[in-house]
Ligand binder design. Structure first.
Ligand SMILES: *Cc1c(COP(=O)(O)O)cnc(C)c1O
Length: 394
């Protein structure tokens, strides 16, 4: 080996943000068998696999009923419609969420009312909800962001006191727990997404509404299927928003592995936490009584943009969720919010960085990412942890 070679840093293979192919390789035979069966049976629309997956997913969520739909956005919108929420109504949600949460409220005909988030969990601020409630408020829509449940106990109390329903946006939280209970069983209803990159992801779009209420589940079954209970008898103007049978067959296979995959994510989060100690980036943590499923692993840095460039230049897929808050998006100009309205959300938007996170991520990969961050942070004295940043660590 020449001296030149010894001095070169070891070339590391790239680490994608998420590696769906790695996961598929571990279950390919089962998936191919399940999809072939649906095709051979030509059981495409609301087939047997949809029913079975709904039963299994409801049981997984420790809830009574589950109704499969075509996306997480549809799950949110139809959940609101199932409670007759529409024009003239207000729905309170977090300023720091994926745009789909607000879009679903708008598409139901209601008005999204945004509330800032808690700087520690990045989930909706409970005191802010209390201040935002008006006589028009019909629902609170907390988001279990990054797989970490929102502060559901005080939110439920607020809802009960004001006669307002609570719908969980659990699109990032399949399997998460709050005070021992599963996401999906913590409110009146909950919406899940099976977008491919979610903790439980289909090979296309899909979604689910979960509820304890049998009548709400019945309405949802009609809402997703042209407003009919019996074929060609239409009680109201419903939609075509069904979960595809092929996707349900795939999701049934994957649901069996979800606990294992979530445990691997939890393990990887712990590794990140340990490897990143003392680097000066703020690492995320769980609040007591919560079991996050780590859909995303989001760190904070004052040097986010240059840090991200460094990671990307080393082949590490670092990303931002979400770079522009909803109230500053052109799509929501008409809500009348302005810069400065949600200081915590706005502050996070310039500091958050999502590191690669998936079940198949190896310890060596996590270590490589952490070392790349440590090297970047220690190269410049200005990047060393300040007491201000440390005080925000959780
Ligand atoms: C993914 C996601 C949605 C939307 O789900 P789709 O299946 O993509 O429609 C809604 N809310 C949150 C928080 C999400 O992460």
């Amino acid at each position: 080996m020449s001296a030149q070679m010894l001095m070169q840093p070891k070339q590391q293979p790239p680490v994608p943000f998420v590696d769906l192919a790695a996961q598929y390789r571990t279950i390919a035979a089962e998936i191919n068998q399940a999809t072939s069966k649906v095709i051979e049976d030509t059981d495409f629309i609301l087939g047997r696999e949809v029913n079975l997956f709904e039963e299994e997913f409801a049981a997984f969520c420790e809830a009574g009923y589950a109704v499969g739909v075509d996306s997480g956005t549809s799950a949110l919108e139809l959940a609101l419609r199932a409670y007759d929420i529409g024009p003239g109504d207000e729905v309170i949600t977090a300023a720091n969420t994926f745009i789909a949460t607000a879009l679903a409220i708008s598409h139901a005909g209601a008005k999204p009312v945004l509330v800032d988030v808690d700087p520690l969990t990045h989930t909706i601020d409970v005191a802010g909800i209390a201040r935002a409630i008006t006589q028009h408020t019909k629902a609170i829509l907390p988001v279990h962001l990054y797989g970490h449940p929102a502060h559901m106990a005080p939110i439920r109390q607020l809802g009960a006191k004001s006669g307002i329903i609570v719908i969980e946006d659990a699109c990032q939280a399949h399997g998460a727990r709050y005070e021992g209970k599963r996401a999906g069983s913590l409110g009146d209803a909950a919406a899940f997404s099976f977008y491919p990159g979610k903790n439980l992801g289909a090979y296309g779009d899909g979604g689910m509404v979960v509820t304890h209420d049998r009548e709400v589940a019945e309405r949802l079954r009609m809402l997703r299927n042209y407003g009919q209970k019996e074929k060609y008898h239409h009680l109201f103007r419903g939609y075509n928003r069904r979960l595809d049978t092929l996707q349900a067959a795939i999701l049934r296979v994957k649901l069996k592995y979800l606990e294992r995959w979530n445990a691997a994510r939890r393990f990887n989060a712990k590794l990140y936490h340990d490897f990143l100690e003392g680097t000066g980036v703020v690492t995320p943590a769980e609040t007591p009584g919560v079991e996050s499923v780590w859909h995303l692993y989001v760190v904070l840095s004052e040097h986010r943009d240059t840090l991200r460039e460094r990671l990307v230049s080393r082949g590490i897929g670092a990303s931002i969720h979400y770079p522009i808050p909803i109230h500053l998006q052109p799509a929501y100009k008409d809500l009348g919010y302005k810069q400065g309205d949600f200081p915590v959300t706005e502050g996070l938007a310039s500091r958050i960085l999502s590191l690669p996170m998936f079940a198949e991520l190896t310890s060596e990969q996590v270590q490589f990412i952490a070392e790349t961050i440590r090297e970047f942070m220690s190269a410049d004295a200005n990047r060393q942890p300040s007491s201000k940043v440390l005080s925000q660590a959780r």
